[in-house]
Design a protein around this ligand. Structure first.
Ligand SMILES: Nc1ncnc2c1ncn2[C@@H]1O[C@H](COP(=O)(O)OP(=O)(O)OP(=O)(O)O)[C@@H](O)[C@H]1O
Ligand SMILES: [Mg+2]
Length: 207
């Protein structure tokens, strides 16, 4: 088996990297895929999420950590046994990110609803382009019907990058479930569940 690797990266802290990594993992598992998580962020948030899940007796995905230089080796190993490997990365874009990008089939770049997030996006897109990889920008904490929502969408539209049709709203359920080691889809039906299903379809189409 040669699994697909998805890296979630964005220089701006708090843009939703870990939230998207965890929720995509849950979405893929629910779609019947075998999933491995690889946390390269020393903050270890995805690991905390996974341990909370594991502590509740849910053992439906794999988890490991890697430093920048170990990512390639660890990923190659995981790709042999899993359909999907999801990498969470720290909020910085430097040479350390390169090994993660190199091994990726798709790079997801979350952009929270602010111009600051848009400014931060260019450095990661440059690196992705240099590695000749595909990036998908996902608008997170999106506030439909607001000026900032329109401006951020337009600013991303001016860049040479694919923008996901699915926009993730600013919803308490994302924060609540993250702390509990769950995905929003495990809370039952609702707008966030629909958003993640739609995002999963878009991501699958790009793999
Ligand atoms: N769509 C959303 N709606 C509401 N809260 C959200 C949403 N996305 C993320 N959050 C919350 O925002 C905070 C930051 O999200 P997250 O930890 O996923 O960002 P990050 O990019 O991984 O941060 P870091 O750069 O520090 O690793 C968390 O408390 C999370 O629960
Ligand atoms: Mg994070």
């Amino acid at each position: 088996m040669a699994g697909k690797v998805i890296t979630v990266a964005q220089q701006k802290g708090g843009s939703g990297k870990t939230t998207i990594a965890a929720n995509l993992a849950v979405a893929f598992v629910r779609a019947g895929k075998s999933v491995a998580l690889l946390d390269t962020d020393p903050q270890g948030s995805l690991g905390r999420w996974f341990m909370a899940r594991h502590g509740d007796g849910i053992a439906d995905m794999d988890f490991s950590t890697a430093s920048a230089w170990g990512v390639g080796y660890e990923c190659e190993k995981l790709k042999k046994t899993c359909d999907i490997v999801i990498l969470d990365t720290p909020p910085k874009v430097d040479a350390d990110l390169r090994p993660s990008l190199k091994i990726s089939d798709l790079v997801i770049v979350p952009v929270a609803s602010s111009q600051v997030d848009v400014w931060a996006v260019e450095s990661v897109l440059d690196l992705v382009a240099r590695e000749r990889k595909t990036a998908l920008v996902v608008l997170n904490r999106f506030k439909a019907g607001t000026r900032v929502g329109t401006d951020v969408t337009a600013a991303i539209g001016d860049l040479d990058v694919a923008l996901a049709e699915t926009k993730l709203g600013n919803r308490v359920v994302y924060a609540e479930t993250l702390g509990l080691g769950r995905g929003v889809q495990e809370r039952g039906r609702g707008a966030a569940t629909d958003e993640m299903a739609a995002l999963l379809s878009e991501v699958e189409a790009l793999l």
